[in-house]
Design a protein around this ligand. Structure first.
Ligand code: FES
Ligand SMILES: [Fe+2]
Length: 448
């Protein structure tokens, strides 16, 4: 069986299970009553309920474009990186033809995790339990004591399960378990314009530096994804002390919480990006700011991009990939149960930057949004605080407010798609509108 056929069999197996014992059949919850995206109300059970979480695994993570890795992590055949799609472990690797292929990181024999390294280079993936070995094309190559298996046992039927769709956008590799999904670029749509302000400053493109930073947070994955999509509102309040440290005067932000002009984009596919609009855009690390030729950037990206999404903005690609253009932080919010996130963060720099500028970008990133960054800690604290009390029955019954800027979404004539004010919940409403739609629509493995 080829890997593609193996994938078809997952759907069939799933349907058999679902049609069989009641115990194996998952119950699909209609989430419409939990999300009032037009009225801006969200039910807190979407952060705490185990059945909703299980449905997210089936209907969000098993069918959305999920960020996997950056192209510059793979240079030669055999280079690999292990990560997750939802809670499913996967190996991202470069095959002999230098094509990026992605496999479920679970041995076809008894299911042990096949590759336990975070990253590396190999010719074969050999299971440490009984020694089945798979090549870079996912094919089962050797089985110890193979002659003891019946004649019906064929190695070609036991290839690794392969992710059927792997596509890249300007260096970012995404995978999708749904072989009939819209292309990555179609799915991103208008979001590409906003992403280009980080990914396309340099004709040479971007690269990641310094490895992958990983840390855990108490909180539902959506709290982080939603904040990066929509929330500039918290900046001057939550990060007041961090802004004070960074301010040349030591005084920090002005008293007004909502003092900055800017826009926020929310897409029908759940993506979101917000950014202050500055006549002069600047990077906070002085060396990075001094490095850039702004006339060149204006010509390359357009004035509106340079004065908007290239600034100190925030963004989420639905469901769980987020980034900060100004310091090159790109991250995945890996769900680990309804109340836990594992954050995996990379630092992105322009390939053409001299080494000292790359170092400056990396250090600035670490100081602000690394695992112990002065801003990062503030955000994680807020999400954990929401999660920590959301289990209380009465607490969980009280809806959350996403009403800022309701009705303000429009085509603004400058930025693509629907935009609202910088201080708005528009992208949050768009995120949850799309979430509810996907949660209520059967996925590829549920239909014939
Ligand atoms: S579980 Fe991998 S060889 Fe047995
Ligand atoms: Fe923040």
């Amino acid at each position: 069986m080829t890997s593609a056929k193996a994938n078809d069999s997952i759907g069939a197996l799933r349907r058999n299970l679902d049609a069989g014992s009641g115990a194996a059949k998952p119950r699909n919850i209609d989430v419409s009553p939990l999300i009032d995206s037009d009225g801006g109300l969200i039910d807190r059970s979407i952060y705490t309920d185990r059945e909703i979480y299980a449905q997210e695994m089936r209907r969000i993570f098993a069918r959305s474009w999920l960020f996997l890795a950056h192209e510059t992590q793979f240079k030669k055949p055999g280079d690999f990186f292990t990560t997750f799609m939802g809670e499913d472990p996967v190996i991202v690797s470069m095959d002999k033809e230098k094509k990026i292929r992605v496999y479920l990181n679970s041995c076809r024999h008894r299911g042990v995790r096949l590759c336990r390294a975070d990253a590396g280079a190999t010719k074969m993936f050999t299971c440490t339990y009984h020694g089945w070995s798979f090549d870079l094309a996912g094919a089962l190559q050797s089985v110890p004591n193979e002659t003891a298996y019946p004649d019906t046992f064929k190695k070609e039927n036991w290839s690794l399960i392969e992710v059927p769709r792997v596509e890249t956008y300007k260096g970012l590799i995404f995978g999708n378990w749904d072989k009939n999904a819209d292309s990555l670029e179609d799915n991103l749509g208008d979001m590409k314009y906003y992403m280009d302000a980080m990914l396309d400053r340099d004709p040479e493109g971007t690269e990641v530096v310094g490895g992958v930073m990983k840390w855990e947070l108490e909180g539902n994955w959506k709290l982080a994804a939603e904040q990066f999509a929509t929330d500039w509102y918290h900046v001057n309040m939550s990060h007041a002390s961090a802004l004070m440290v960074l301010s040349p005067t030591g005084k920090g932000p002005k008293a007004d919480i909502a003092a900055t002009p800017g826009r926020q984009h929310g897409s029908e596919n759940g993506h979101g990006a917000g950014f202050p609009t500055h006549p002069k855009s600047r990077f906070d690390a002085k060396m990075v700011h001094d490095y850039y030729d702004y006339d060149f950037l204006r010509e390359r990206l357009g004035d509106d991009a340079v004065e908007g999404p290239m600034t100190t903005g925030h963004a989420t690609v639905f469901p769980n990939f987020s980034y900060l253009p100004v310091n090159g932080s790109i991250r995945v919010w890996h769900p680990k149960g309804p109340d836990k996130i594992e954050v995996w963060a990379w630092i992105l720099v322009d390939k053409s930057m001299p080494q000292d500028v790359k170092d400056a970008q990396r250090l600035y990133n670490l100081r602000t949004f690394g695992p112990s960054g002065i801003f990062e800690a503030d955000d994680g604290e807020n999400w954990s605080e929401i999660q920590a009390i959301s289990g209380g029955f009465v607490t969980n019954s009280v809806p959350l407010n996403f009403q800022m800027g309701i009705g303000s979404e429009r085509e603004d004539g400058t930025y693509p798609g629907q935009t609202s004010e910088l201080y708005s919940d528009a992208a949050g409403r768009a995120f949850y509108r799309h979430w509810a739609k996907v949660m209520n629509t059967p996925a590829w493995h549920e239909t014939n």
